[in-house]
Write a new protein. Sequence first.
Length: 457
Amino acid sequence: MTAPGTRVGAPAPAEDTDDLDVEEALALVRESKDDSSAPGPGHEPPAGAADTGRHERHRATPWGRAREIAARAARSGARREPVSVRLGDALGLVLAAPLDALTDLPSFDTSAMDGWAVAGPGPWEVREAGVLAGHAQPDPLTDGEAVRIATGARIPADTTAVLRSEHGRTDAQGRLHATREAAHGQDIRPRGQECRSGDQLLPVGTLVTPAVLGLAAAAGYDTVTAVPRPRVEVLVLGDELLGEGLPHDGLVRDALGPMLPPWLRALGADVVAVRRIGDDARALRKAVTGSAADLVVTTGGTAAGPVDHVHPTLERIGAELLVDGVKVRPGHPMLLARLDEGRHLVGLPGNPLAAVSGLLTLAEPLLRTLAARPAPEPYTLPLRDAVQGHPYDTRLIPVVLRGDRAVPLHYNGPAMLRGIAAADALAVVPPGGAGQGVETELLDLPWAAAGIGVCFT
């Protein structure tokens, strides 16, 4: 395993601790001293787990640190130029220019209710023709005069108030009487009540939500200036994968090809291509070097088996490994590499849940930073049930949210998707595990919908 932050195949330099805090630096020193030591009692790898060797475990990056490196890597490339995007395509983007009011809002005095525009004290003589929304400026009113008016319609000049439909009645002579007093200016939205032309409505860095789109449209915008979506290309590796039908003769269905593109889109990416490569080193190298995407995501091939071509390919093209293995289960053999300025590769393990772990550990913070999206606020919930931990790695466990508790799900092995398919979030379980009722950090899933009633416990 190659030391993170080095060119693949180059001698590994001493660990750079310039931007680590004191505790992290001391931990690295302690780990380097312990590299040649045998595991102590209670620190044997779990049954059935691959023994990667203590030295390799310590060269892997702690889970939280790996996420920080991925976010920082996205900031190190060339500046991404803002783009002009039509409102219909801007949902989920981040504003790269302030949203300033192009006009007063409202741009004229309007009625806030259906009723009558009245002038002076009542009773009032009612005009025959009413005022509707979208019509030109109506004639002014004179004292003692009223006119039927619709919500959103322009207020006639010299109007005192709008009398709501339910607060007025007409007598036999057709005169209007108020059944409740209307204060001066009541139910009139004056011009500029919400903003004046030139006012800043929203600052740079605002996430474009449906409400932001509505505000932009109301303020007269057809397009907004935004940070472009990161372009992602997915390369699905493995000769054993089927694109359709039932598994047979040692072949299995490709779960990652259908799962990763929509997941990446939910993380704010523009998935420009999904390609099947198989176990072909030459084809992999051609695909990686020929891609113009900001991020290349590969599935499988990150270990050291005879057909695991990701590391050798990165070495041949002179890529820089930033993360080479992460202390997390599932998903340990994930990696992050810088291909060239502004372009990266995230290598996901081939097992489906391990790939999800890699996606949320490395791809999510990198894509979020490229898109200038705000980091989610961390939060915790107590676990309803105890979760067994890994001796020295973080575990990511699918959970459902039930009230104020996170309920761990079964079917959480690296090759299983049954648990994550029913999950609302992933619980971040520290080394050693977490007991019942222990507050545990949660990673929300983009489509989380608590309370759906499916709970494999």
